[in-house]
Design a protein around this ligand. Sequence first.
Ligand SMILES: *Cc1c(COP(=O)(O)O)cnc(C)c1O
Length: 365
Amino acid sequence: MPRPTQALVDLDAIRHNFSVISSLAPGSQVFAVVKADAYGHGMIPVARALSGLAPAFATACVDEALELRKAGLHEPVLLLQGFYESEELTEASVQGFWPVIENEQQLRLLTHTPLPKPLQVWIKIDSGMHRLGFAPSQAAAVFQTLQQTPNVHATPGWLTHFSNADASERSTTLRQIKLFDAHLNGLPGPRSLCNSPGLLQWPEAHADWVRPGFLLYGSSPLSPPASALGVDLRPAMTLISSVMSVRTVARGEHVGYGGRWQARRDSRIATVAVGYADGYPRHANDGTPVLIRGQRAPLAGRVSMDMITVDVTDIPDVGIGDPAILWGAGLDVSDVARHAGTIGYALLAAMPARPRRIYQSSRSL
Ligand SMILES: *Cc1c(COP(=O)(O)O)cnc(C)c1O
């Protein structure tokens, strides 16, 4: 058998999650956010699975959007970071992408570059995140400027981004919504405010379009997780490997680099063929759960490049070849991330190509 480390990607789960999202925001259209290789799941298979369901996709940049076109996907693509230069703007016009514009330089390029076709643009407003966007007080002026160029369709879209939508503290998001609404009052065009946590926690801000990424892939951005809200998400990726070696380690012995873990009793240690070069977090602490033979067993010792060691003393009869699930079905990636001092987003988006993606789908693609 070859090295067993694989990322199983369940495309039915992604379609299911899309439907759950649609029913959570019944009055809104959905941008399926597939940037960063669809959060490590593989952009093209994911986009194909959602084609016909999602009215539009969202990517970070033109290059990602072009990959969708090359794969024969013809939906509109929202470019969350717009364009960096006039060549990209021209490409956006040719391909029918929907660039977000958020600064004066993009506005200048838009009014000064001769384009083959007028564009649908979205104007980003900085309602408090202070990362991208025009000041709310500039909204009307940006709108006026766009009215005077033949390069854009008459009605732009309007977009903003929340900084604290996952928090239990609600005043920051409330202030962002009010500021956005107040300065766009009277201006035409569709509105979009919510990423995944906003979608779950702020139904009053669903507006015309929602922009979920993380939720599509089936984990919750909230703590406690969305399952506590009765939201039935299915994890799309299961990172799986198997036990490659098993040994008994006497009480008092240490395991792995630096001997971080010490046996408090005579212990059984299973070595699993997955490491940080496979996307497993290097900073996972002792006790990070690993599913072996369907049971949770604690990580024991530092994560190596190609291997981890797991304390399976309490799971009878663990042997070579037993499957080990690192996250996914039965083990939430966000749970694993918490043990590594990070978030599920970062684990998924940083997935290297090394674990082969195995796609499962009941629909042919
Ligand atoms: C990435 C991104 C999203 C998706 O965020 P999730 O929390 O993954 O749903 C939405 N909007 C913008 C502007 C983004 O950059």
